[in-house]
Write a protein that binds this ligand. Structure first.
Ligand code: ZN
Length: 713
């Protein structure tokens, strides 16, 4: 059926005027299985109506209904039922009573939406209860077209439990340096500049708990080794002075250095334990990311080494793998890449740590600068700020933040296009208009905050300034200082729909999927040109969205092989997890996308046991350095404390079990899997169905014999 694209406005029931999109009518009619030329007849009539002035959605609806009643009464009934069930779904969604019921009845989906939340815990339950109210109330606050598109699953408004009900921000790079140097107020205490690394990391943990409670996304520490070294220097000076009194002259230097190293180790260990024992106001461990690795003086090196040694050792009597903070290690040529670099020993330690604990993920310095315009750790698991200078022309990363994410269901657009690429692009345009409306509303809502809503962020320095009560929070957001994220998911499924399930080596298919991300990027640039706020494309982690979008599309389009029948959509631009390209092929395939998705991306490869030959991992890291910006390691590190098994636990219908003795009790095993950007403990906190299936479907990118035979050049 041809859909002539007339630029006509149509008024919705809410009074909002939107562009008239003939393909939408076509989609509705096609879904009714009409016979012969009924579709064409109705379409022609609708088009003539739409060409008249003052046309409303009501008029179009009536036109279709009246025609159907004459031409196909059965279809008329289906059409009406669909319309009514959509209205019903809307009324249910905005009624908090329904949501609360699902929580109180311990509805499986509600309970496992977030892998980091244990809903049996009182304060988490309270957070979820508040979130239910936030969700239903929030839907009625945003533009109705956005709210309905979210409910339909055309787009996903992230963090609906917190925003727009609260004008909250998402994630940030905390400006610790500014807070430490200028002193700050927190709660009832006036806090002064720390005088030792131990005090600095203790303050850091307090700040993290406070920041994490005032926003809903991840809290990141940028360049931690360089940030903390001046405080370790204070420890050193103190030990030098003490040594003059208590230590023999020829042993003073060694004494002061060793005592400082011990202080550094203790401070970093305390930080790791504190972060893992903290609970934010959201009733969860704060999503914390620790970036480090570029410092080359002896104190910075000691801090880096301590972070790795502590992580390798593990937490508690069973030496479990710490899930937080996420460690992100910076690789840089001339610093730590090759044997003649000063910090090459620390790269070796990083490799050992990744082979035993999966973290650190690595940031490749030059690539991060090339892709995002400056070097910094991601906010949360993968959200990148873009290079930015203040009015004085100084590059600033710390104290900046993200204001929220809206994600497009791209596979649905492919399914609705019915294989017609022109229609695919037209629907994408329409969804982009919706996403724009959603993001601009998120922005407007966030700007309604006042400094006293979140003192730690706005008044006490975490966002890099100490605003007065009457100052506007927007001074911290506008002119590109903050970012907003346009997310996407499922490029694999889109490629599959148009080119078949094995399209990865098909150049035309690859170009087509890159073109999708490029168009999102172009849209973001246009939005920024309009209002001066920075929008960027974000390869959404989709921890539970992978399940939600796929489930909604399966209900609507049926089980389609390699698309909806898997029960999950593939993360962002990632290679189909069920296939086994080697790591080099995988990275080369994925390399093109972050160029346009610089607001957020991560690559990861699946390896078998790397502990016998960590050189295999180094070979991949070295190759990746010139190709991708941000790379994670997935390797089997599960442990059974009952029988002593170490390796990959076996996926079961709901979780994972020891392949040797069948143990699946989280108290006596440590199962660690990469959920998306973050690691998770799926045995202690079961994942949503689709994510579990995705994790269970992952195939290794190297065989054990390939690992064993790989050597660094
Ligand atoms: Zn076992």
């Amino acid at each position: 059926m041809s859909t002539i694209n007339l630029v006509t406005a149509i008024t919705k029931k809410s009074g909002e005027a939107v562009k008239f999109r003939p393909y939408k009518i076509a989609l509705v009619l096609e879904s009714l299985d009409l016979e012969g030329d009924v579709c064409e007849t109705i379409m022609a009539l609708v088009m003539s109506k739409a060409a008249q002035p003052n046309v409303t959605t009501q008029i179009i609806y009536q036109t279709i209904l009246t025609q159907l009643e004459t031409l196909s009464p059965q279809a008329a009934e289906a059409f009406q039922t669909k319309h009514m069930s959509d209205e019903q779904a809307w009324l249910q969604a905005i009624d908090p009573e329904n949501k609360l019921k699902s929580l109180i009845n311990q509805d499986d989906k509600t309970m496992h939406e977030n892998a980091n939340k244990d809903s049996h815990v009182f304060n988490t339950f309270r957070d979820l209860t508040a979130g239910m109210i936030g969700k239903s109330k929030g839907l009625t606050m945003m533009p109705e077209s956005v709210a309905k598109a979210h409910l339909r699953g055309d787009i996903h408004w992230h963090d609906l439990d917190y925003t727009p009900l609260g004008p909250m921000t998402n994630c940030c790079l905390v400006d610790f340096d500014y807070m430490f140097k200028s002193g700050y107020t927190m709660g009832n205490a006036q806090v002064e500049t720390p005088k030792s690394i131990g005090t600095a990391t203790a303050q850091m943990a307090q700040i993290i708990a406070n920041v994490a409670s005032s926003q809903y996304g991840g809290t990141s520490i940028n360049r931690a080794d360089e940030l903390l070294a001046p405080y370790a220097e204070m420890n050193y000076q103190k030990h030098v002075n003490d040594a003059k009194i208590y230590v023999q002259a020829d042993k003073r230097q060694v004494y002061a250095e060793n005592a400082t190293k011990k202080d550094i180790y203790d401070a970093m260990q305390a930080l790791e334990y504190e972060i893992n024992t903290l609970a934010s106001a959201q009733g969860q461990t704060p999503f914390t990311t620790l970036g480090f690795g570029l410092g080359t003086n002896w104190l910075e090196r000691e801090i880096q080494k301590a972070i790795f040694k502590i992580r390798i050792k593990g937490i508690g009597p069973n030496h479990r793998t710490a899930i937080f903070p996420k460690l992100v290690f910076s690789l840089k040529r001339g610093v730590n890449m090759t044997a003649d670099d000063a910090n090459y020993d620390i790269k070796k330690l990083a490799i050992e740590c990744a082979s035993k604990r999966m973290y650190p993920d690595v940031l490749n310095y030059e690539k991060i600068v090339a892709l995002t315009g400056s070097f910094k750790a991601p906010m949360g698991c993968r959200s990148f700020l873009q290079g930015w200078q203040n009015e004085q022309g100084v590059e600033v990363n710390e104290g900046r933040m993200n204001l929220g994410v809206v994600t497009l269901n791209v596979p649905r657009i492919a399914l609705q296009s019915q294989g017609n690429k022109a229609r695919f692009w037209e629907i994408l345009d329409e969804r982009l208009a919706l996403a724009k409306q959603a993001l601009k509303f998120k922005l407007a809502r966030t700007k309604e905050a006042i400094p006293e809503n979140a003192p730690i962020l706005y008044k006490n320095g975490a966002f890099g300034k100490m605003l007065q009560d009457d100052e506007d929070v927007d001074t911290l957001f506008r002119n590109g200082r903050a970012t907003l994220s346009l997310g996407y998911i499922g490029l694999y499924e889109v490629g599959t729909y148009f080119f078949g399930p094995n399209w990865e080596s098909n150049e035309e298919a690859h170009d087509f999927t890159v073109e999708i991300v490029r168009r999102l990027h172009t849209a973001c640039q246009a939005w920024e040109a309009e209002d001066g706020y920075h929008y960027s494309v974000y390869s959404t982690p989709a921890e539970s969205l992978t399940d939600r979008f796929c489930e909604l599309d399966k209900a609507r389009f049926g089980a389609i092989a390699d698309i909806t029948d898997k029960d999950y959509y593939t993360n962002s631009f990632h290679y189909d997890v069920r296939k086994h390209p080697n790591p080099f092929e995988k990275l080369l395939f994925e390399e093109a996308y972050p160029k346009y998705a610089s607001g957020g991306f991560i690559h990861y490869c699946e390896y078998p046991n790397l502990r016998q030959n960590p050189a295999a991992l180094e070979a991949v890291w070295d190759f990746a350095y010139d190709h991708v910006g941000y790379l994670g390691t997935n390797t089997p590190i599960d442990k059974c404390f009952k029988c002593g098994f170490e390796g990959d636990f076996k996926p079961t219908a709901r979780g994972f079990c020891c392949p040797e003795c069948g143990n699946h009790d989280p108290k006596t095993c440590d199962v660690v899997k990469r959920t998306c950007g973050y690691l998770g403990n799926p045995q202690a906190r079961p994942m949503i169905h689709g994510r579990h299936v995705e994790i269970a479907s992952r195939v290794k990118n190297m065989s054990q014999s390939e690992v064993d035979q790989t050597h660094v050049k």
